[in-house]
Write a protein that binds this ligand. Sequence first.
Ligand code: ADP
Ligand code: MG
Length: 340
Amino acid sequence: ESQLNPNYSFENFLEGDSNRLARSAGLAVATKPGGTSFNPLLIFGGVGLGKTHLAHAIGVDIKDKYPEKTVLYISAEKFTQQYIDSVKKNNRNDFIHFYQIIDVLIIDDVQFLSGKSGTQDVFFHIFNHLHQNGKQVILTSDKAPVDMQDIEQRLLSRFKWGLSAELQNPDFETRVSILKNKLYRDGVEMPDDIIEYVAKNIKTNVRELEGAIISLIAQSSFNKKEITIDLAKQIVEKFVKNTKREVSIDYIQKIVSDYFQMDIDTLQSKTRKRHIVQARQLAMFFAKKFTKASLASIGSQIGKRDHATVLHACKTVDNLSSTDKQFKKYVEDITKKLSI
Ligand code: ADP
Ligand code: MG
């Protein structure tokens, strides 16, 4: 059982600027599994941008081209569960052996392994064995390797051996073609202005884009209503409301510096005065929490610091807010101000 979903094919994975690199790397890997320098191939990006789909597409295509190869798709969560069970049942070695004889191993959402040192350890050994034997490893993650937390260094360095390819937010044209393709496959007709209205307003998650179209179709057929722009507006509004508006790093810096009654230049300055350092660390912490920006990009926007400084800031804020009452109140107050 490969656990592959044949609907998640390359054909159904529409190409756009946002995914061109990842998609072509995937195709290259599918043509020559284990035989390219993209090993491992790590696909990363935000929720609903097509990581799982693309990972399946690679597996499906390999199975098609090389029926004799064993291809296995598994989520990191399930992999972890299997590992824990094998330890309980005293057959850890069987577990390792099972994975070491696979030709193409696809592990989805490896960020799930963070903090799970036992599973990371066993995966490290499986990975090395597969890699040494020219087998292909494909991984997906919601973050780039530099931004992954609580993953052992030796594993992170393996992740960086091959290619890390990002799936970005699709542009408007790609969103329209994804919707048209979906409607075509489902045999549903919909006026262009409605498709475009939905594509214009849902920008950061293909799953939600499709979800809005599905509920539009459902609403109109249950209520025997025509699909109109008004109906589209109502539905899109629900989707947009449910997805929290993303705050910008500039906005976070403004809120934090206002709260401490200092200006943004002071917050970003090189000073080591404690209250200023703390304000800066809080800004970094909230940028990490409320935006999708990488640690490196947060650092460069908040006083030109590096990613290690941001990581340190996040840990400091975590620690202080559990040991220092006053600090905890800062975090709560600012959280409230940011979530209006
Ligand atoms: P992720 O794993 O990144 O959260 P998924 O792979 O589950 O995202 O994708 C969410 C939905 O969006 C799926 O139904 C998938 O088929 C669809 N999707 C994402 N990107 C594309 C694309 N480029 N073309 C067609 N469908 C896409
Ligand atoms: Mg996924």
